[in-house]
Design a binder for this molecule. Sequence first.
Ligand SMILES: Cc1cc2nc3c(=O)[nH]c(=O)nc-3n(C[C@H](O)[C@H](O)[C@H](O)COP(=O)(O)O)c2cc1C
Length: 306
Amino acid sequence: MPIPTSRTTEKGRISIDSLICNGCGLCVEVCKDFSLAIENGKAVESKHSVFGCIACGHCMAVCPRDAISVQGRHLSPADLFPVPQKADAASFEALLALFQRRRSIREFKDKSVERQVIDKVLHAAATAPMGIPPSDVHVLVLESKEQVLQFSKDYCEYLKSLRWMVSGWFLAMMRPFWGKVNTDMFRDFIRPLIAKYTESMDKGENVVMYDAPVGLYFYGSPYTDPADPLIAATYAMTAAESLGLGTCMLGAIHPFIQSGKGARTFREKYRIRFKSREGLFVIMGYPRIKFEKGIHRTFANIDHLS
Ligand SMILES: Cc1cc2nc3c(=O)[nH]c(=O)nc-3n(C[C@H](O)[C@H](O)[C@H](O)COP(=O)(O)O)c2cc1C
């Protein structure tokens, strides 16, 4: 059975022009579904496909003679383009400088972000790798300050209905089931967060999405690898940075709009198609504040085994 996603349940259809194929075997080497083999000096479909072609496109992208095409699962030969020149690709130094210049930006100029710029960010983010092609990442675009504010207001109203989740009796009741870490997080992080979000919004201050002119929500379907929306969001953040935008990831919305009737109503209002294991917001806009210095960051641990 082909691997299903919310977009497709078919498998890729491979066709090989044996008159053009020179049997170099590159397609066989790159196909990790083991869909291809060389027989009598030509590439052929093998009998050892693991899942059925997932239409990653690697075989047709690597073929030096354009002898292979894959159709289906939202892929066709029309999706191929020449690999950009190495000279046009960011050097390590350029990429590091981009990363080091980035800060989470929560203060924005009162200036909208043009649709073409948002499209560029999404175009770049769509190049992100995904667990299984075709990408099962869905994106909600809030593309004005007004939309972002309305979304934040609705979210805060909805959050008020979840206050029982951080009440003392509930945390005490759940302690034996979900352990110390969850209890600590709900008491010391989620409880003050909900209070701050809702109380600030009641006073007219948006500390959920700040005054961002754009909010992008990357989420999956029940089929999506949970990492996919997070990787796509990271690509979007990096692309936005390269375009002179300031960005900030927001993790405090996705987990609360997954379960229950209120969450479903909220999702429906904003045409969020699925609940999903992981999802992430990225807000962006033109930064109002400039940071003078970068900040060194470290990982918790890097354990070299040798
Ligand atoms: C997964 C994730 C979730 C985050 N959620 C929020 C959030 O809900 N609200 C917020 O103001 N910042 C949020 N941030 C931004 C972090 O607070 C910020 O990255 C951190 O303070 C380090 O600052 P820097 O990004 O400038 O290095 C989030 C960042 C990440 C990566």
